[in-house]
Design a protein around this ligand. Sequence first.
Ligand code: SAM
Length: 270
Amino acid sequence: AGATAAAPRHETLAALREGYQHFDPRAYLQNNYLPPRADFSSEEFVVPWKLRCLAETFASGEIHGRTLIDVGSGPTIYQLLSACDHFEEIVATDYLAVNREELGRWVRGEPGTFDWSPFIQHVCKIEGRGEPWQEKERRLRDRLSRILPIDVHRPDPLGAPLRPPADALLSAFCLEAVSPDRAAFARALAHVGSLLRPGGHALLLGALGESFYLAGAARLPVVPLAEDDVRTALTGAGFALRDFRSYAMPPALRTGVDDVDGVFFAHAQK
Ligand code: SAM
């Protein structure tokens, strides 16, 4: 019942977990991955900004290997579109079965799943290799071979070590959206960092200055982060920062589905 009420100032992990039981993947997708936020007519909108950060980072060719793990994938695949060209296997993860099931339906190409084709077309365009978008879609479906349960609050988030450890780690809008405070955010980052091999790359996208977001009946509390909180947590978790970018949410995209101020992108190396 507390999930839709005003959030208490100090959330506990138990309250956060309870809140996620009301998370509605469809509503979340609608709030964040349809216009106005997912508008591909201009790079000033937030979704094209996120896709460009990832496309430019992977274009260097430096980040590649056998396995990339995506932490807290939710019901989304946009974050894997540039990554999937550089890894043999993509491991998606989420705490909620409803999100893992949504991803599984997309991988199997079942009817009625969210339409990611505008995202795939846009990424093919900005990558500039003239690749037909259907080929990228097929490649991601082939490589997204595992969709696993995860809990970033456990020192061993997958319940067992990933063997061999991941060559790269990606996480978008997860750690701050599941942590009651900055200390929990930093601990969660260290937990997921343990899935990565030494020398491996970590790419984080996330919300700045956000205190809540909506996903249907769920009102999820978020720890409001400043840019320096992210840098400090990365350093504390044993990462060297390679790139840091931020985006200010334009007034037209402040639609009431959250109170986000901006978005950060960090590229770090273990
Ligand atoms: N990565 C997606 C994106 O970029 O839109 C989804 C982000 S969504 C804001 C946060 C995700 O964290 C949800 O899919 C939720 O199920 C997941 N989550 C909730 N509790 C978690 C936990 N303890 N460990 C890992 N993920 C969790």
